[in-house]
Design a protein around this ligand. Structure first.
Ligand code: BT5
Length: 227
């Protein structure tokens, strides 16, 4: 496993995809000290100043190409483990929270048979002026970028092995232990549509289950905030 390091990249996911297409093996990682075009889901941007972690890992397994939604949950578990003993939690589908504020995000993309698992962790600093609260590990105690990188890679390896050996059922169980409590009030935003309800679990496809006045809704894509 090689860690490819750069001072600056547009997006570590793009560089990892380039390396994957050129045949880089499972586990190779791309790290940049900062990104100029870091991205989230749906074309959103990921603000990427120096001092934080921006890493993309190439993941290969037979049949993994169609499974990137599941791998995003695998990566979320890796980050929660990596920041221990800080009590991070998971927000559906791909956020890691500390004290209710976003500390990390995951963007899994697939291309040419490999998956690229991009992880951004606010280590030194969190951006201000976002529509919801963000935080950094440094606001919660002493921290070290290299140690966080090593722990994220170890956590990803661990949960990838769990996923390969035991399937999504094991990932789902672990995710639910670190996710919202049953009955927590949530608001789901899907484009212009906002739906209020209570957390009712996650199904075997990774869909969010939202208890609403009209019954349980199955949410496959959207943004979630606390009510
Ligand atoms: C994500 O998207 O949370 C996935 C972020 C993945 C970033 C990593 S960094 C390494 C790799 N290379 C990349 O180019 N990307 C990956 P999403 O759920 O769509 O959240 C995006 C939203 O989070 C933005 O619209 C902002 O509101 C907010 N945001 C942007 N930068 C942030 C930051 N540094 N910390 C917390 N929130 C942020």
């Amino acid at each position: 496993m090689t860690i490819h390091r750069y001072d600056v990249l547009a997006s570590t996911n793009d560089e990892a995809r380039r390396l994957a297409l050129a045949g880089a093996p499972h586990g190779d990682a791309v790290v940049a000290a900062r990104q100029t075009g870091g991205r989230g889901r749906l074309g959103r941007s990921w603000i990427s100043p120096p001092g934080n972690l921006y890493v993309s890992v190439i993941l290969r397994s037979p049949g993994s190409a169609g499974s990137h939604p599941q791998v995003a949950f695998v990566a979320g578990l890796a980050v929660v483990d990596a920041v221990r003993p800080l009590p991070a939690s998971l927000k559906w589908p791909n956020d890691v929270l500390l004290a209710g504020a976003k500390v990390a995000g995951v963007l899994v993309e697939s291309d040419g048979g490999a998956l690229v698992c991009g992880i951004g962790v606010n280590v030194a600093q969190a951006p201000a002026g976002l529509p919801y609260p963000a935080t950094a590990l440094a606001a919660h105690g002493p921290t070290n970028l290299e140690a966080v990188l090593a722990a994220v890679l170890a956590g990803l390896d661990h949960w990838w092995q769990v996923w390969l050996a035991n399937g999504f059922a094991a990932i789902r169980t672990a995710w639910l232990q670190r996710g919202p409590a049953p009955g927590d009030p949530l608001i789901v935003t899907q484009g212009p549509r906002r739906t209020a309800g209570r957390f009712a679990g996650m199904d075997m496809d990774g869909a969010l289950l939202l208890q609403t006045a009209a019954g349980v809704q199955r949410i496959l894509a959207g943004d979630v905030s606390g009510a």
